[in-house]
Design a protein around this ligand. Structure first.
Ligand code: SF4
Length: 362
């Protein structure tokens, strides 16, 4: 079976034409999927029943994720869902809302691209799970549509998507790109390309490939260390790629796309938060035009803890004085991990969400 959420509008045109349907039927399907949030083929009642039958016989399907658990933060601005995806994987997906004056809130969905992760970052529960499977594009899109359905009754909508959930998006490259194209195609989900960010722990070859896709998506590189020795300890799979190679790939991405690259740096007490490390990071990034997001690690994550506030402040000040733009990521209610590099075990995530249990997230 092929999910309707997998097909680009052009592929859907071809598929329905091959089934003998006129072209406008594809637009009706696309509106049903992406505007009206319909979650089964039978719900697309604009289509004649016999066409729906032919579509099913032709191997087309539309299934929705099953919601195994959903938890919201106390302020209601962050919601985590544990979804059993039609393709068989179970992943966690997060909605983060940011109130805006006189406007609907910015509503960002953080999607997972893999169940588990092969990158093995030592401070990440997802990494410790090991790799289970890649998530196909339709199931990445389904995560966004899940939250779109949640928001629609409030006349709100998903405004941004970040590929920062479980897994390394560039290690599931083709499905990630297919999902990005579906989410940004004006005939499909229709987000602006600039509203999408792909986060990677660092595969320079894949970053170069992404730069050649003619997409305007943002790129976030999870660096976590200013030197190779420490980075190889924290991100063991980074071994073949040096920090400099990774940053060079980031510069090439900026030159090719004009999109500023952000550097994600999970601050871990006593590991990568020392003033000398801030100075080293400042020297490395000075003049690179990259923005640093400092993410104090959730203190409940394994043997690692977040630095004190003043240590975080000092780290940022040193970067700023070195001419490097840096912000401390606002943790939504001190709870839900949004970035690659933040980890959650089941119980950590539960307490983080200020509610019942929740699963791991990278
Ligand atoms: S931090 Fe991201 S890349 Fe690293 S193991 Fe976790 S999910 Fe994978």
């Amino acid at each position: 079976m092929t999910s309707l959420l997998r097909l680009s509008p052009g592929e859907l045109d071809e598929t329905l034409t091959a089934l003998g349907a006129p072209r406008y039927r594809a637009d009706q399907v696309l509106q049903g999927l992406y505007r009206r949030g319909l979650d089964s083929l039978d719900a697309i009642t604009q289509l004649p029943g016999e066409l729906r039958d032919r579509m099913r016989e032709g191997g087309l399907a539309l299934e929705s994720p099953a919601v195994l658990r959903e938890v919201a933060s106390d302020d209601g601005e962050t919601t985590k869902a544990l979804l059993a995806l039609p393709g068989g994987a179970t992943v966690e997906t997060v909605l983060m809302q940011y109130p805006q004056a006189d406007r609907h809130p910015r509503s960002t969905v953080c999607v997972s691209t893999q169940a588990g992760c092969a990158m093995g970052c030592v401070f990440c529960a997802t990494g410790q799970m090991g790799f289970e499977r890649n998530i196909p594009a339709e199931d990445i899109v389904a995560q966004v549509l899940h939250f779109q359905r949640l928001l629609a009754p409030r006349s709100e909508h998903v405004t941004n998507v970040v590929f920062m959930g479980m897994g390394e998006p560039l290690a599931n490259y083709d499905e990630t790109i297919r999902a990005v194209r579906l989410l940004t195609d004006p005939r499909a989900f229709g987000l602006a390309q600039r509203a999408v960010t792909v986060s990677t722990v660092g595969i320079p070859r894949a970053i170069d490939r992404l730069a050649g896709e003619d997409l305007q998506v943002g790129l976030a590189i999870s660096l976590h260390a200013p030197d190779d020795a420490l980075r190889r300890r924290l991100v063991p799979t980074a071994r073949p790629n040096s920090v400099r190679e990774l940053l060079e790939a980031g510069r090439r991405y900026f030159r090719a796309t004009g999109r500023r690259v952000s550097i994600e740096y999970a601050l871990i007490e006593g590991v990568n938060d020392a003033p000398e490390q801030a100075h080293a990071l400042g020297r490395l990034l000075r003049g690179a035009g990259m923005h640093v997001n400092l993410i104090p690690l959730n203190p409940t994550a394994g043997p690692f803890a977040a630095p004190s506030r003043h240590r975080v402040r000092d780290f940022r000040r040193i970067l700023t004085e070195a001419g490097v733009n840096a912000t401390v990521r606002i943790e939504k209610g001190a709870e839900i991990a949004a970035a690659c590099g933040q980890l959650r075990t089941d119980s950590d995530a539960a307490s983080a969400a200020g509610s019942a249990e929740a699963p791991a997230q990278g």
